[in-house]
Design a protein around this ligand. Structure first.
Ligand code: N01
Length: 550
């Protein structure tokens, strides 16, 4: 890498980090406002999370007709999705298509990682450092770094893992070259969405697959299918209705929001509804069935037990089925995985399930993994699907320093504080798309991203119209936001799971609920109200500073 150190003399308007769903749309909006913007992304192409997560079986778990941008009629009409749940290469192709269509690449510097950012209080500018040795000065710093982008660790802390002589892979940073598992004994650690998606594919490719499961998960069949022209026409004709439903939905998906408690229905009615939604497939099982699945533990248990029954029906060995049945958290309190033939894969002769909850991994040796009780599994390769330091990890890794040189990681040492999930006190002019305390991780990302980006762009536009140079949330406003999140999350079952939603998957990470829990529809209204009331909860300043981009 070229490490020539040079300074950009004139400040620009904005530095934007990340060229995924967030960064691409943000760049488009900033250009529309006439802002000079430089975008940095460590990857060699656009895509963000979809650039890196290219493991076998990587596929979207939201349906294609709403897991996409809605801001451009032209883009929507000129792109055709092949199927209900597109695979990673198709989503990456879509984001490349958008980048080309909007001519975005000329402002994006690929292969360039932001390694630090320091706020210069005197001039109201961010000094942003890249790993190419450059420091860029900008009025606004906007992050589009994604919520599930920083891997928890490249390999979990397994004693002796450095002695393993086979290949190791992490689902979150999969090689770009084809990985050939033919004839290999492959071990998979991790049974969240990523592990559940790649299990059937690894089983098809490898000589033998051993799945090391710590916590069983509830998975619902995706029931992916190709889209016919007639289906596409129907979705297109219904676009306005679907969009309205999407914007009225807590999770930003065009679903019929259920109004009835699971406990009001008779067992027969419940079974009929669960059967129908199980056949429909995907998130609808959780989100179109009953109103109180994540509010009432008894209601939740009706759905949880339904899924366990399905697992027992699908998996022929009752001992294996018993290990696969989730027991330690209510359904929906971890992000619900959806699958294609996940449970059925455990009926294959070349697949072994190992319960590492009762018999944990003791150590890695040159040729495999040894469990606490002495059992040894010979492996040629290990795939880690062990998740992310979600939401805050990628932000803290940026090494941002706010007023008085305070590092963001230090400010958030007891948990993140971000007003509206977008801005944090002490770090003026920093906007975090899908930041902690926004509803993004509980909802459909593109819908949240468009709402965040529009709000940020409108805010910057208003600041410029009013000759404001600094915006910063008040400490009281972000404290009240954090209190509201904690209180409202505690009214749900969500904090009961040791999930990445709670930061509970990372040793030492503060256990704090990381999302606004009342839905993107309610959140969008709150954000609009804040702007209408003159950016209530923020302080906007006009003072003598260098004019950006002059
Ligand atoms: O990660 P996870 P993920 N030893 O944290 C286990 C999004 N996503 O990459 O539960 C042994 O959910 C851990 O076990 P436990 C989606 O939002 C979207 O699967 O901690 N096991 C768990 O089983 C998703 O929720 C798509 O006991 C260890 C697993 O690893 C999010 O990304 C596709 C371990 C981690 O599960 C994260 O999903 C894929 C250890 N040391 C992902 N450490 C779409 O379709 C961890 N585990 C859009």
């Amino acid at each position: 890498m070229n490490h020539v150190r040079h300074e950009t003399s004139a400040p620009i308007d904005a530095v934007l980090i990340g060229a995924g769903f967030s960064g691409l749309y943000m760049l488009h909006r900033l250009r529309g406002l006439g802002l000079t913007t430089r975008v940095f992304d460590a990857a060699d192409g656009v895509g963000g999370t979809w650039y890196w997560n290219r493991y076998p079986g990587a596929r979207c778990d939201s349906e294609s007709h709403y897991y996409c941008y809605s801001f451009s009629e032209e883009i929507r009409k000129d792109w055709q999705w092949s199927c209900r749940y597109p695979a990673q290469p198709e989503i990456l192709a879509y984001l490349n298509f958008v980048a080309d269509r909007l001519d975005l690449r000329r402002d994006i510097e690929f292969g360039t990682r932001v390694i630090a950012g320091t706020y210069d209080e005197e001039h109201a500018l961010w000094n942003v450092e890249t790993d190419r040795g450059e420091t860029v000065r900008a009025r606004f710093l906007i992050t589009g770094v994604g919520c599930t982008s920083a891997a928890a660790t490249s390999t979990p802390a397994i004693p002796g893992i450095e002695n393993f002589s086979g290949a190791t892979y992490h689902t979150a940073s999969w090689p770009h070259e084809t990985v050939d598992f033919a004839g290999k004994r492959v071990g998979l650690i991790g049974t969240g969405s990523s592990g559940i998606q790649c299990t059937p594919r690894l089983a098809e490719e490898a000589a033998h697959l051993t799945v090391f499961q710590r916590t069983p998960n509830y998975s619902v069949p995706a029931r992916n299918h190709l889209l016919t022209d007639a289906m596409r026409r129907e979705l297109d004709d219904d676009f306005d209705t679907l969009r309205r439903k999407t914007l009225n939905s807590p999770i930003g998906m065009p679903f019929d929001v259920p109004q009835v408690s699971a406990l009001e229905a008779s067992p027969e009615e419940r079974k009929r509804k669960y059967d129908a939604l199980w056949e429909t497939g995907g998130f609808r099982f959780m989100f179109e069935s009953y109103s109180d699945l994540v509010l009432d533990i008894k209601a939740n248990e009706t759905a949880a037990e339904y899924v366990r029954t399905k697992i027992r029906e699908k998996v022929s060995d009752p001992a294996v089925a018993a290990i696969l049945c989730p027991f330690d958290h209510p359904i929906g309190t971890k992000r619900p995985p959806i699958d294609t033939a996940y449970y059925e894969t455990f009926n294959r002769d070349n697949v072994t399930l190992v319960d590492i909850k009762t018999n944990p991994i003791r150590e890695a040796t040159a040729d495999g993994l040894t469990l606490q009780h002495g059992e040894h599994h010979k492996l040629d390769a290990i795939v880690f699907a062990t998740g992310f330091d979600a939401v805050t990890g990628a932000l803290i890794k940026l090494n941002l320093r706010g007023r008085g040189g305070l590092p963001l990681g230090e400010k958030w040492s007891a948990g993140p504080r971000a007003y509206l999930g977008l801005c944090t006190a002490g770090f003026p002019n920093l906007f975090m798309i899908t930041g902690p305390g926004s509803p993004s991780i509980l909802a459909n990302f593109p819908v949240c991203i468009e709402q965040h980006v529009d709000w940020i762009a409108d805010c910057i536009s208003r600041m410029r119209a009013e000759s404001r140079v600094e915006i910063e949330p008040l400490v009281e406003a972000e404290d009240a936001w954090a209190r509201m999140i904690a209180e409202d999350a505690n009214k749900t079952l969500l904090p009961l799971a040791n999930s990445w939603y709670m930061g509970a998957n990372i040793p030492g990470k503060p256990r704090v609920f990381l999302a606004y829990p009342n839905g993107i529809h309610a959140y969008a209204e709150l954000c609009a109200g804040v702007a209408e009331r003159g950016y209530e909860g923020f302080e906007l300043r006009s003072h003598k500073v260098l004019e950006a981009a002059d």
